[in-house]
Design a binder for this molecule. Sequence first.
Ligand code: FAD
Ligand code: NAD
Length: 560
Amino acid sequence: MTPSPISLSSSGTTYAAAISGPHHCSLFDTTTATATSFNLRLCGLRREAFAFTTLRHRSKHNHPIHRTHFSAISAALSDNDTAPKSFDYDLLIIGAGVGGHGAALHAVEKGLKTAIVEGDVVGGTCVNRGCVPSKALLAVSGRMRELRNHHHLKSLGLQVSNAGYDRQAVADHANNLASKIRGNLTSSMKALGVDILTGFGTILGPQKVKVGSSNNVVTAKDIIIATGSVPFVPKGIEVDGKTVITSDHALKLETVPDWIAIVGSGYIGLEFSDVYTALGSEVTFVEALDQLMPGFDPEISKLAQRVLINPRNIDYHTGVFASKITPARDGKPVMIELIDAKTKEQKDTLEVDAALIATGRAPFTQGLGLENIDVATQRGFVPVDERMRVIDANGNLVPHLYCIGDANGKMMLAHAASSQGISVVEQVTGRDHVLNHLSIPAACFTHPEISMVGLTEPQAREKGEKEGFDVSVAKTSFKANTKALAENEAEGLAKLIYRPDNGEILGVHIFGLHAADLIHEASNAIALGTRIQDIKFAVHAHPTLSEVLDELFKSAQVKA
Ligand SMILES: Cc1cc2nc3c(=O)[nH]c(=O)nc-3n(C[C@H](O)[C@H](O)[C@H](O)COP(=O)(O)OP(=O)(O)OC[C@H]3O[C@@H](n4cnc5c(N)ncnc54)[C@H](O)[C@@H]3O)c2cc1C
Ligand SMILES: NC(=O)c1ccc[n+]([C@@H]2O[C@H](COP(=O)([O-])OP(=O)(O)OC[C@H]3O[C@@H](n4cnc5c(N)ncnc54)[C@H](O)[C@@H]3O)[C@@H](O)[C@H]2O)c1
């Protein structure tokens, strides 16, 4: 590296700072003619990055280095960047969402002295603004849907004259459930002796975290980042929290708009379409890709469209981006400008009462101090390897630092976050563990539900082609299942994607009543490496929905 001297002045004192090579940095006070030279190599790689980043940034923008900066740098070099010799905790977790909570509980079980840092409220997204309140709303929408389906009720011999709802009471149900689960999470950690440290966590250096704005620095042998995510709002969309909202606002159910556009037909969009249509709204989907629900197995998306979209008060625009959204104001409705996703040409303008932005989530990693340990995020996500170990800007593993959950972007699901946390605790307590993400199930809690584990059919075929194996597909219908027929809810399909040569389960997709509960037989089989030729002899109680999967495994044609 070429020497890069920088001349800086402040308050009558001139400093010269020189980055003199990959391993040296010097600061020279021209008034006292004293120089301090740092051998960065002795300080370690991450220290080097700290000094270089700070000095380069200041010189590039022609900012003066003040004495305080000088002391901050030298303090950082002599203090924060040195790994502590003893630790306050064995494990420190930044973020008390479900990921952090899962890790903390397992850590205590393993005998680790554990603390968790939370800058907001315990429970994170899932408990306060995600899974929990959304499932409370979906429990209501499921019942409303049933109570208003006279044809369905009549076929069961039931008569219900007038089904209605109280919006505030529904909202309270969601809010109360979140409070209850938040309380449960907090008590479970306190009861087990996890220290809950309130304040925003900033990584200062290896094994060192500052909590809150005070000088409360906590050290730990191992650190887990579990800072989660926030709603992602594309450029051009103005969220006012009233008429243009994200899931954070929608879960409060402050209104039930007559007509709401839902931008994005992924998990959030689909679940909220179930809620809103059950409560009487008309929904218009705006989806950038060419089909609705593009993340699911295509056959399941098609069936879901036939059952969850077409018969409901829903229309849709696919292959278009919402390029600009303006909230309702001055008597004007919410305006949504649509452009063609490929050509970017203006296509249409929608005028609706409200718009829900459900276009994905962005990692919450700002202010975490990753630059202090030379970690560069990728689109905000913390780069990790398959063991959730954090990777620095040079591609090296950062010792004793892990990242789990939404912040690493591997799989934005609550149970994925906590299972990654458990996996990390296994590693730091001496047992190597690699989580098989292909065994992690996912579910969308519409009525009926959608669930899946492993690969979709196109993904499996692509893998088969690359690796040289055949892929087969088996399917069973809920229409042949006694329990589903008794419930008069027989619209559904289970699909198995597998290797006919050795019976390996590559993926299972279910659309139908209680699909979210049914998927676990398949996900456990994948996790444990159980083959179809073995699981097909497992016995299922009759009459249960689980027989849909029993039939599925029995119908597969394995050559082995
Ligand atoms: C509407 C909605 C519905 C969902 N439904 C489901 C579902 O049914 N099933 C499912 O599996 N998933 C669901 N998800 C996804 C699920 O909520 C997330 O995958 C999960 O919450 C991720 O957990 P996490 O621990 O990684 O992060 P989070 O739950 O986001 O928790 C992170 C925590 O870290 C804190 N924090 C952040 N930075 C700092 C810092 N520097 N210092 C201190 N604290 C910090 C935050 O305040 C937060 O409490 C849903 C999401 C949404 C939005
Ligand atoms: N039941 C569950 O497990 C559950 C429920 C809700 C959320 N989640 C998690 O939360 C995360 C976020 O959910 P989500 O539904 O917001 O994201 P998603 O990634 O599932 O879907 C986003 C959709 O928005 C579309 N899109 C993006 N930008 C657009 C634009 N400008 N105009 C039109 N369409 C656009 C994308 O093509 C995609 O189909 C997911 O990763 C999911 O794992 C899970």
